[in-house]
Design a protein around this ligand. Structure first.
Ligand SMILES: NC(=O)C1=CN([C@@H]2O[C@H](COP(=O)(O)OP(=O)(O)OC[C@H]3O[C@@H](n4cnc5c(N)ncnc54)[C@H](O)[C@@H]3O)[C@@H](O)[C@H]2O)C=CC1
Ligand SMILES: O=C(CO)COP(=O)(O)O
Length: 325
């Protein structure tokens, strides 16, 4: 049987490798650092990014991208969005691929699949997205996600190779809507965390999440996706998880900002990626280029840029002209 290559050995790449092996696949997991790859291969654990989860025998960890991709029938691209283009530039030929990173690339303001299409034209591709904390998926707890692609054969093949009884995958043909939802929820989660950290209350959070969903739907529609996709797992589902789950890095970064901590200080204490930080300004610029108003995204971008504090950003949002819902 053809192998599955997982490119990127952070928490999510490692969890997806475990999931793919659990589904019966033979998996090669690529880590960019040779020392880390060797340690993971020997100790059978990703101590740095996903401690406490044993790598099944079906996974081989390597820092050799050619070896990771050799004989693979499916690749999962799981490096953080801002590093995706640089990593892709150094990879050999890819099999059909699903992107599992969530963000908008600062360089070119592109969604991940737009970058993939630019660098690997014609490659069958899609996204894997949904409300999925890596640790819970690695532990085999129940979860659901979408495989979104316009390529029906890829959707079917990928779903068949990754789904298990506890990891329920839905096929879906709106990758634009799925990517917009996955990227933007990180930004809205920072906003949700910030209002909680600043003590502005549950009402404020619920309002932000709901209005956040509306602005995400506007952008999905403007970029050629479907607004209703945003009500599904890759939109509302992931918003719910990241705007309420204390395990979300975007939410917890927002909480710290709301408590008055400086962004540089928060980031200096982390060895994991918080996608919303780079995505907020890129998402905002992409929305503006498309003529779409995203006031909560703009507020988050302003807070991250140090132009306004959380209380001030909230006051500005509340002072916007009243309108119909
Ligand atoms: N952790 C989670 O629960 C989930 C994460 N995701 C998404 O998956 C993507 C990857 O996130 P995680 O696996 O959580 O990452 P992580 O925070 O666990 O680890 C960071 C990863 O980035 C890599 N990295 C750092 N600098 C790099 C560079 N210059 N070039 C290439 N790679 C570099 C590191 O090697 C490491 O693999 C993100 O887009 C994230 O939004 C999606 C669903 C769930
Ligand atoms: O994408 C995720 C859950 O679906 C992970 O969220 P955080 O990056 O905020 O931890």
């Amino acid at each position: 049987m053809e192998r599955i290559a997982v490119i990127g050995a952070g928490a999510w790449g490692t969890a997806l490798a475990i999931q793919a092996a659990r589904a019966g696949g033979e998996v090669r997991l690529w880590a960019r650092d040779a020392g880390r790859a060797a340690a993971m291969q020997a100790v059978r654990e990703n101590a740095g990014h996903l401690p406490g989860h044993r790598l099944p025998e079906g996974i081989t960890v390597t820092a050799d991208a050619a070896a990771a991709l050799e004989g693979a029938g499916l690749a999962l691209l799981v490096v953080p969005a801002q590093h995706m283009a640089a990593v892709l530039a150094h990879l050999p030929a890819l099999p059909p691929a699903l992107v599992a990173a969530k963000g908008v690339l600062r360089d070119g303001l592109r969604l991940p699949l737009e970058t993939l299409a630019l660098l690997r034209p014609g490659l069958p591709a899609g996204v894997l997205s949904g409300p999925n904390f890596a640790g819970e998926v690695a532990a085999g707890l129940p979860a659901a996600a979408v495989v979104a692609s316009t390529d029906a054969a890829l959707r079917e093949a990928a779903t068949a190779r990754l789904a298990t009884a506890h990891f329920r995958l839905y096929e879906q043909d709106d990758p634009v809507g799925a990517q917009v939802g996955g990227a933007a929820k990180n930004v809205i989660a920072i906003a949700a965390g910030a209002v909680m950290g600043a003590g502005l209350g549950e009402n404020a959070r619920a309002a932000l999440v709901t209005r956040g969903l509306t602005e995400i739907a506007r952008l999905a529609d403007a970029l050629g996706g479907r607004a209703e996709t945003v009500s599904g797992l890759s939109g509302l589902g992931d918003l719910l998880l990241t705007c309420t789950g204390p395990g979300s890095r975007n939410f917890s970064l927002g909480v710290a900002l709301g408590r008055g901590e400086a962004l540089e200080h928060i980031l200096a204490g982390r060895n994991s990626v918080t996608e919303g930080v780079a995505t907020a300004p890129a998402l905002l610029a992409r929305a503006r280029a498309a003529g779409v108003d995203m006031p909560i995204t703009a507020a988050v971008a302003d807070v991250l840029a140090g132009k306004v504090d959380v209380a001030g950003a909230m006051e500005a949002l509340l002072a916007r002209p009243r309108r119909t819902e």
